[in-house]
Design a protein around this ligand. Structure first.
Ligand SMILES: [Zn+2]
Length: 425
């Protein structure tokens, strides 16, 4: 079974489709929970199946460092290792490598960086990234790209975009070589997506989309957003790119976002999303509901016997009160993180299903307005703070990773003996 995309319906720019992969069908628009280290934080595979996850993400950079490729070779890939039978998408590792400014060097060849696990130096080239993803055995792979801050100036952004293009072609060449071998071996088909870069510059985004769409990628990602730009810029860049992408291939907006971000992007023709926000926000006691964002740590909920969302059908809402969830969050109990993560991802999946349904019925804009007014009628979207929160979250997580790297360096110098646990993005 090869990879294909069927556009079922288009309505007011929004698209409903079906992606066929070697490990099953994905109905779009789709939200993909992030399983960075072969686990979607605080949830197990039964939870993910129950809430309706169709595909999850794995992170090439982290999985390459730990548990390492030998483990994936011995298990014939990530699916068997984590016992997840549905599709998996892997990123190229680019975002994580480039987020470590003091611990890596970039050249035409690739990126050299120091492992936060053991302090050893590693090189990830475009070819190497494809080889790693091939060993991990994901259903959808990404090319290695140079991901820079969206606040970079035009000349720096152009430089990164041009390197991304050269790397995309090298990735594609390596992919074709491995594909021939894998087909001979009867391995499940892996698709490869190109990544459109170009920061917040329309001309560069256009150039990037025009360049990449001339080559045989199975789909296209929009990268380099949700890394410091404004909401308006993100929407504008998304629109510029989706207008140039072929209608018969899936579009994936990387690292986005909040529920409103998702609807805004669906409206502009995006099919696929991933983000750590639902589980990360849950850890801090924040829940997305039909009435907007609920910050459970608020004193108003101390005695509240209401569910998180009376319109939600999830097991958290059926079983627990806001008061109890607040208590768990304040005590930093793992159960609180789990229960709110479950609700948040359940909510995201129902939102995607409802959007798809509305597109199929040619009522997307009606659904869009109604959902937005629902959020506004309750506790609001908290949009401004959420965008900032998302950025802060990434920064803090990456800061922690750097701290772990420094720790490894000190440890290697014999200065520290204790093991540090890293919880990363
Ligand atoms: Zn719920």
């Amino acid at each position: 079974m090869k990879f294909s995309f069927n556009l079922t319906k288009q309505n007011s720019g929004a698209r409903a489709g079906e992606i066929q992969t070697a490990r099953g069908l994905i109905k779009t628009p789709v939200f993909m929970p992030v399983g960075t280290l072969a686990t979607v934080k605080s949830l197990n595979q039964t939870d993910l199946n129950k809430l309706g996850a169709q595909i999850i993400l794995g992170n090439t950079y982290h999985l390459f460092l730990r548990p390492g490729l030998e483990v994936f070779k011995s298990f014939n890939g990530l699916h068997k290792f984590m016992n997840w039978q549905k599709p998996i998408l892997t990123d190229s590792g680019g975002f994580q490598i480039f987020s470590l400014p003091r611990a890596r060097t970039i050249s035409e060849e690739g990126a050299v960086f120091q492992s936060y696990v053991d302090g050893l130096s590693h090189t990830i080239s475009p070819e190497k990234s494809i080889q790693i993803q091939n060993t991990i055995g994901s259903d959808i792979m990404m090319v290695l790209d140079e991901c820079i801050n969206s606040t970079a100036d035009e000349s720096r952004t152009r430089e990164a975009m041009e390197l991304t293009h050269r790397w995309a072609l090298r990735s594609l060449n390596e992919y074709k070589k491995l594909l021939i071998y894998d087909q001979d071996q009867g391995k499940p088909y892996q698709a490869l997506f190109g990544i459109v870069q170009g920061g917040v510059f329309k001309n560069l985004r256009k150039q990037s989309a025009e360049f990449l769409t001339q080559h045989e990628f199975s789909g296209f990602s929009i990268g380099g957003l949700a890394v410091g730009e404004s909401k308006r810029q993100r929407e504008e860049m998304t629109e510029v790119v989706t207008e140039l992408l072929p209608v018969n291939k899936p579009r994936y907006l990387m690292g986005v976002g909040t529920p409103i971000d998702l609807l805004e992007a669906i409206r502009r023709g995006v099919d696929m999303f991933d983000c750590i926000i639902p589980t990360k926000m849950a850890q801090q006691g924040n829940a997305y509901t039909s009435g907007g964002l609920v910050k459970l740590t608020h004193s108003n909920y101390k005695f509240s016997d209401e569910p998180l969302d009376s319109k939600c059908g999830c097991s958290t809402c059926a079983t627990y009160s806001r008061s109890y969830l607040q208590h768990l969050t304040k005590c930093r109990e793992v159960l609180g993180w789990h229960l709110i993560s479950y609700h948040n991802l359940y909510y995201y999946h129902r939102l995607m299903e409802a959007a798809r349904e509305a597109i199929l019925k040619e009522r997307f804009m009606e659904f869009y307005s109604k959902t937005l007014s629902g959020w506004a009628s309750g506790e609001g979207l908290g949009q401004g703070s959420l965008t900032v929160r998302g950025a802060e979250t990434s920064e803090r997580l990456l800061g922690r990773e750097e701290a772990a790297l420094n720790h490894v360096k000190k440890k290697n110098r014999g200065l520290l003996v204790s093991e540090m646990t890293l919880e990363n993005s």
